[in-house]
Unconditional design. Structure first.
Lengths: 401, 401
């Protein structure tokens, strides 16, 4: 019986030929960062495969980050994806490609692209309502009056986005409860997670030229999982009137793998019914059945190996296509590497909440030093398969000083 | 009588040898972006001068942006500054340098550095109080409770920072007044300016390692003028609870010239007296007399050539050194090219207000299509001289569509 090749995957493997996410990796034997494609429990060295097969895309795939591929635009994304699938499945490539597969355990993963601007939205009605009740208990409505009319978002710190597996140092800062006469300084005592899905912009746009909702797939390459670490005590004291700042800016973790939107066609679902008439640039009711922009991604959050929540991305009120249209409707340009996140994914059920603030009704406990948080997800693929999303994980290191 | 050389400046010229700001320029004859130093009404081609004089810094100065010089750190900044001054003032360089001076009118200026993250603070007590009264008329105190304890700030969009002279397209977006039943969409009808001073980070810092207030000059290279264009109608409807987003993200203009902090030693002044005891990482009372971090910059705002305000930067409550310490106290890292702005500069007097919202008590008129806004500034230099700051200007173009 011949030795089993890493190219021979079970048909229902979540990282099979219907998935093919991209990342950047190094190995002990070759410390140059290079593009890889996850296949089963291996990483295909995409730059070496392109050279070995004489690919017309060898130049794009030789870069140390995904940015040149991202910038190339949708027709190229589709052509490269077809080529990668052929390398992994066509018999004529088998001999050349087999030695280019590196076991995942031997690969060190890096931030897969250079982040340009980072924006965080607030797109779960369940999350926004729950947080509104906790942060603004005296308000008559937990949602602010604008919430159902536009996808609320804000800019975060691009320079502190880190790849999955990076330790997160507990931040210090100011906090003040109503009982304190003055603010006190020290390590955050209410360090939290936010389980999110983040979208990666490939093709840029010009300043002054809004991107229509329907052009979402021309500009957005794919998505990753994201943990928007949040120091709730710092955030509560600082965020009025200009929004979150130090409570978020210390670190944001993303998965090492970027899943192309092309891999998620079977996961498209209608978003929740709209309760308010939307302005034309956001109105997606006509597309809800035939070309919906919701995505049926099933997230799972585990702390120290124990599952604490299963947030359903399909419950998100605002879609990534609406968010892109909103982000640019004032003429703001897009750059290759722009990253925008969904906001905390929370569903209607108590075991579907995407942060500890909600899971504990604001009371805690929050994260302790040494805690390791891992977010995983999958989506329906073609023919009953599953599409696995790369995990995002991080461990809390003690505050410095 | 010999022809007068552009090297022969009047001793009191605001762009004399005590100033020496850096920029990036092209000329019709040579379209390659390259570093320039402003001297009088000319631009010295710094890359050509470095080659002509065999400078040890020729490599840094050959880049098409300031980023490599910014990253090199303070000892190099000082060495290059001394070298540039010698090129412009020492007789032995006169023959080599004279042909490398380009009249300002022949130079096209470009964004002088690649912006990493962009942060906007809110450091004028006068501005924050005036805006608080306009946006939150029912609040008991125009300042939020945190305002005197920390420099409030938020992240803006780095990708839409443009150089002085770039037209600003009027943004469109959602607005809703209390009288409207639902939001309406259209070009902003309350387009405003914010006259600010912005600080440019040179030397980076590591994630997890706060930068002390006293290390400000090791990390920050210099400053420029900034106009934080603001669509007040978009901003008012969107900003609760996560802060400004589309009301600001369409464009931010910066001056073409970055003035080194080294040129502003004579402008250092004590900031306003502190009314609250500050936490140790922000407390600058011990330095207020001997090593103050306030800066006596005199701004002037003109619309269509008519001066509308003279905002005094010396009145800012929070200093740039405090802002840097705050920005990093949670462990957030700095990158070369990080830009952080002061927030609107407003003084106590009615002719010292830095935006139209304040100048018109919220009533307008705001900017019309075709209006050109220019912010200029100067600071006291050594021996009674003035240090000129490069202007930031922009003209409003009509909304698209």
């Amino acid at each position: 019986m011949p030795e089993r090749s890493p190219l021979d995957l079970p048909e229902d493997h979540p990282f099979g030929p219907h998935n093919l996410p991209y990342g950047v990796f190094t190995t002990p034997a070759d410390p140059r960062p290079r593009l890889g494609v996850r296949y089963g429990d291996h990483v295909l060295d995409a730059s070496a495969a392109a050279r070995a097969t004489g690919s017309p895309h060898a130049g794009l795939l030789a870069a140390p980050t995904l940015n040149p591929l991202l910038a190339a635009g949708r027709p190229t994304w589709q052509a490269v994806r077809a080529e990668v699938r052929a390398w992994l499945t066509a018999p004529e490539h088998r001999a050349a490609v087999t030695p280019l597969l590196v076991p995942l355990a031997e690969a060190t993963m890096h931030l897969p692209f250079e982040v340009a601007d980072y924006v965080d939205f607030y797109a779960s009605e369940h999350h926004a309502s729950n947080v509104g009740r906790i942060f603004r208990p005296d308000a008559p409505d937990p949602l602010t009056p604008n919430w159902k009319h536009l996808p609320i978002g804000y800019h975060g710190r691009a320079g502190t986005v880190v790849v999955s597996g990076t330790d997160i140092t507990r931040p210090s800062g100011q906090r003040k409860t109503p009982a304190d006469a003055a603010p006190v300084f020290g390590p955050s005592t209410r360090l939290d997670i936010e389980a999110e899905v983040a979208f990666v912009v490939g093709a840029p746009s010009a300043q002054g030229a809004p991107v229509a909702r329907g052009d979402f797939r021309e500009h957005v390459f794919g998505l990753c999982l994201l943990n928007d670490w949040s120091a709730r005590d710092l955030q509560a004291w600082e965020y009025v009137p200009l929004g979150p700042f130090l409570g978020k800016s210390f670190a944001t973790s993303v998965s090492a793998w970027v899943t192309p939107l092309e891999a998620l066609e079977s996961a498209r679902v209608a978003p929740p019914a709209r309760t308010h008439q939307l302005l034309p640039y956001l109105d997606d009711t006509a597309d809800a059945q035939d070309a919906p922009d919701g995505l049926d991604l099933r997230l799972e959050v585990a702390i120290n190996g124990e599952t604490v929540s299963r947030p359903p991305f399909a419950a998100m009120y605002w879609t990534a296509a609406q968010q892109l249209a909103h982000l640019t409707v004032n003429g703001a340009s897009l750059r290759t590497g722009d990253l925008y996140a969904s906001g905390t994914v929370s569903g209607p059920e108590p075991d579907q909440l995407g942060c500890l603030l909600e899971l504990t009704a604001g009371k805690g406990p929050f994260l302790a030093d040494g805690d390791e948080v891992t977010i995983t997800a999958w989506a329906p693929g073609p023919d009953g398969t599953r599409v696995g999303l790369g995990e995002v994980t991080g461990r809390i290191a003690p505050a410095i000083g």
